[in-house]
Design a protein around this ligand. Structure first.
Ligand SMILES: Cc1cc2nc3c(=O)[nH]c(=O)nc-3n(C[C@H](O)[C@H](O)[C@H](O)COP(=O)(O)OP(=O)(O)OC[C@H]3O[C@@H](n4cnc5c(N)ncnc54)[C@H](O)[C@@H]3O)c2cc1C
Length: 508
């Protein structure tokens, strides 16, 4: 490989969600791209050993789907053709402690499993002529220049064969091996000192079970999300989602070390016990289970700060869960991987094939900026739950105030949207809180005095005073100053992709 020095090659470690998207983008800038995957080549959509989380309910945020559609034009149509559940007449329902919001499908939307998503992506990437896959091969370390300032390739071995080792060279190695990434030990072995990472010790639990959708039932149900709260018990909530092959995949999640049961009867009792609504258990009445409930535990979410390694080696990048893995309860991981790959695509295009000194570290810095608001938001949400701790170099500030502010957002937005939906109109202002959680807009668009005034508009003067007094107890700055200060200075903001068409043209 790489014998012809004028030819540029890239290696991708892991053919998961981030690796497949990275390969697609790299194929435009490198003569050859090789994706190394420890699992065997899948012969059909399904779960696989290398991604043990793939059995569990996964949802891509709309922003992630938009990026996928840009990377692979016609991708959503692929998913439909592969059997994704088409939802033009079905509804996504969100039930929280303040009310119920129902969003009808828009004629384009669909729901599908993570396995189908990955399969569809792999079909697309396998069809790219300069991308090659090496399956059943495990990367076991990095190859570097003698002064260790440049990564020049990887050491691999056939899975399960301790003897069969080889070294592959490349101009760029992209590490996307997921949450079990060995990058920290590979870098340490090369003499790099690792900066302190951030950890949310949240002891997250997931239990998922699949059911056959009963005949003549559930045609108008795409997703039902039931959110709970720390005030009402141990579970963060449950979700029912229709996927391909007439399957409902149903999960129960928790944060803080109380794990959802995997015993079938206890699992269903757990769904019924959700204090905001028994809707999930009601839906499952009479539905035939297709699997046993399966559990998954995540002791902590980790955000590596590789960008803080000043002498970061050239020829190496890292993205996806290997860079930062988030609490999956908020469904952000795959969308953030897409955002990181989008950042890489922009950086590579800017470079126009002329490698610039410090490119890799700059990319890592930009990816960190791109994911920072999501990490901040999900950390604040996790910190609501007893026992959850954030450790890391940068403390998260003003958490109690932010909890109260976001609770106010959830309460007033839900109530206002419920009312406006009843009246047949839709007020985008009250949708902003959800757009922020779905990574479309920056937190600053939700945390500001205009928004606060809108949230309090329907309150009586006395109740408004009481809410403000409770919200800002202990602070003496003017509200405007305080609200400006409590949002970290995220240098990159999430933008609604208004210019999406022209972006599409740029990417094609
Ligand atoms: C229970 C649970 C539920 C989740 N739900 C959601 C959700 O609803 N929405 C969402 O967006 N995200 C969700 N996530 C997160 C999501 O799974 C990840 O963010 C996403 O898979 C990250 O993609 P990745 O490519 O970085 O890693 P992965 O998809 O995990 O892929 C890593 C790949 O690398 C391969 N690999 C590993 N080591 C090596 C090696 N040494 N050599 C070669 N290959 C290797 C693996 O076999 C695998 O194929 C959930 C996670 C969990 C745990």
């Amino acid at each position: 490989m790489n014998n012809n020095t004028s030819e540029k090659s890239a290696l991708v470690i892991g053919a998961g969600i981030a690796g497949l998207m990275a390969a697609r983008v790299l194929s435009e800038h490198y003569d050859t791209v090789v994706v190394i995957e420890r699992d065997s080549k899948p012969e059909q959509p399904g779960t696989r050993a290398g991604v043990p989380q793939s059995f569990h309910l996964h949802q891509v945020l709309p922003r992630g789907e938009m990026i996928l559609e840009r990377f692979f034009p016609g991708f959503l149509a692929d998913l439909l053709a592969l059997g994704a559940f088409s939802t033009p007449n079905a509804t996504a329902t969100m039930i929280n402690r303040y009310g119920t919001l129902a969003f009808p499908g828009d004629g384009r939307a669909m729901t599908y499993s993570r396995a189908l998503l990955e399969w569809a992506m792999r079909q697309r990437v396998q069809a790219i002529p300069n991308v090659r896959f090496l399956y059943h091969q495990e990367v076991i370390g990095l190859e570097s220049s003698s002064d260790r300032t440049t990564i020049t390739g990887v050491h691999i071995r056939e899975r399960g064969q301790l003897e069969h080792r080889a070294t592959l060279s490349a101009d760029l190695v992209v590490e996307t091996s997921g949450r079990s990434s060995r990058l920290p030990s590979w870098l340490t072995a090369l003499g790099y000192e690792l900066p302190e990472d951030e950890r949310i010790k949240a002891n997250i639990g997931y239990t998922t079970r699949n059911y056959k959708v009963p005949a003549n039932r559930g045609e108008n149900v795409a997703v039902i999300v039931v959110e709970a709260s720390p005030a009402t018990g141990h579970f963060t909530g449950g979700v029912l989602k229709r996927i391909e092959n007439d399957i409902w995949t149903v999960c129960l999640a928790s944060v803080g070390g109380y794990y959802p049961p995997t015993d079938p009867a206890e699992f269903e009792a757990g769904l019924r016990s959700l204090p905001t609504s028994p809707a999930l258990a009601d839906m499952l009445q009479g539905a035939e289970p297709l699997s046993e409930p399966r559990g998954y535990r995540i002791p902590e979410c980790i955000r590596h700060h590789y960008e803080r390694i000043e002498e970061w080696p050239s020829g190496l990048l890292v993205l996806g869960d290997a860079l930062c893995h988030f609490d999956p309860v908020y469904g952000q991981g795959m969308t953030l991987a897409a955002i990181e790959v989008e950042t890489l695509a922009a950086g590579l295009s800017e470079q126009q094939g002329q490698p610039q000194h410090g490119f890799e570290r700059r990319m890592l810095q930009q990816m960190q900026e791109a994911i920072a608001p999501a990490w901040w938001r999900s950390s604040i949400e996790d910190l609501l739950w007893p026992g959850v701790v954030h450790n890391g170099p940068d403390a998260i500030q003003n958490v109690p105030l932010l909890h109260k502010y976001f609770d106010l957002c959830l309460k007033q937005s839900t109530r206002q949207l419920e009312q406006s939906q009843r009246q047949g109109d839709f007020d985008m202002l009250y949708f902003k809180y959800f757009l922020m959680n779905w990574l479309f807009i920056a937190p600053r668009e939700v945390i500001n005095t205009d928004m606060l005034n809108a949230l309090l508009a329907s309150e009586t003067p006395a109740s408004k005073q009481a809410i403000l007094a409770d919200l800002f107890a202990g602070y003496d700055q003017p509200i405007e100053t305080l609200l400006a200060e409590i949002v970290p200075d995220f240098s990159l903001t999430f933008e609604m992709p208004g210019g999406f068409t022209s972006d599409e043209e740029a990417a094609s």
